[in-house]
Ligand binder design. Structure first.
Ligand SMILES: Nc1nc2c(ncn2[C@@H]2O[C@H](COP(=O)(O)OP(=O)(O)O)[C@@H](O)[C@H]2O)c(=O)[nH]1
Ligand SMILES: [Mg+2]
Length: 261
């Protein structure tokens, strides 16, 4: 009875007083920014919309400002710097809840954003990982899921461990470190789980976004693997001396690739 009552109180407090910051990490996404910002402002409880720009050479920044978004220039303009952008967004936002959404979602709706934060407002979660209906990405299926199954089987149930659509109480993001690049999302998932943060996976329906060509996925897959293996070493699931030596060696190999931006 008491539990029920306290949940009810939490629910009302959450729905009444919590406000939301929406953060879009973004680089050269002029095509999506207008719709993304407008859509985010239409979601209930949204106090601010932040674009963290990774040094765009197109009109992403101008359009974002025109639409009333706060624009932050990524503090360290490395590429890929999605994680740097997310860290900046978390630290410079002011909402009780911070929602991160990739900007290149063609079918973004206000409900999509509301669905992400609702479990937090209801007191059911402190961190929400978005998932979606379409088949998961190639790096997700071929790299993240097998490695999570090996080293963090508790997290193997997540359908989209790499999704960039997440929400959390702002304070939970201050308990963990953000990887700079593509390892950020899986790193947050592992670290928040280890901190005992209450996590739910929320189905957001269908996500329509741009697919990278296969060759562009090598660096992404590398960084995702590295983020998981680094944590497996830290959590003493892999022999530290062997792994550090081996991983630092392979990291130094120059494959002559031009990268992908
Ligand atoms: N600020 C910033 N945003 C980035 C960077 N790299 C990617 N993004 C954004 O991060 C989100 C996800 O990137 P995307 O290329 O769509 O990755 P994918 O969906 O995994 O193929 C998008 O909103 C990008 O614009 C970067 O270096 N800096
Ligand atoms: Mg994308």
């Amino acid at each position: 009875m008491f539990r029920l009552l306290s949940r009810l109180v939490l629910w009302f407090v959450g729905l009444g007083f919590m406000d939301v910051s929406v953060v879009f990490p973004s680089k050269n996404r002029e095509k999506y920014v207008r719709k993304a910002v407008r859509t985010a402002f239409k979601a209930r409880h949204v106090r601010e919309v932040i674009i963290v720009d990774g040094g765009s050479s197109d009109n992403t920044v101008d359009v974002a400002l025109k639409e009333g978004a706060r624009v932050i220039i990524q503090s360290n303009l490395v590429y890929p710097g999605k994680g740097v952008a997310m860290r900046d967004g978390a630290y410079l936002s002011s909402g009780d809840i911070v929602v991160f959404v990739d900007i290149d979602i063609a079918n973004l709706t206000p409900q999509f954003i509301e669905k992400l934060y609702t479990p937090i407002m209801r007191g059911d979660a402190e961190f929400v990982k978005g998932c979606f209906g379409r088949a998961a990405g190639r790096v997700t299926e071929l790299v993240a899921k097998p490695l999570l199954r090996m080293f963090y089987p508790e997290l193997a149930r997540f359908k989209q461990p790499l999704s960039g659509e997440i929400a959390g109480l702002r304070r939970v993001f201050y308990q963990v470190e953000f990887e700079d690049g593509w390892g950020v999302d899986v790193g947050l998932l592992i670290d928040l789980y280890r901190k005992g943060v209450k996590i739910v996976e929320e189905d957001l329906g269908f996500k329509e976004h741009e697919m990278k060509p296969l060759h562009a996925l090598t660096d992404m897959a590398y960084q995702v693997a590295e983020a998981i293996l680094k944590r497996a070493i830290r959590d003493m699931k892999i022999d530290e001396v062997w792994a550090k030596k081996y991983i630092s060696t392979i990291n130094e190999i120059d494959l002559g690739g031009a990268g992908y931006a």
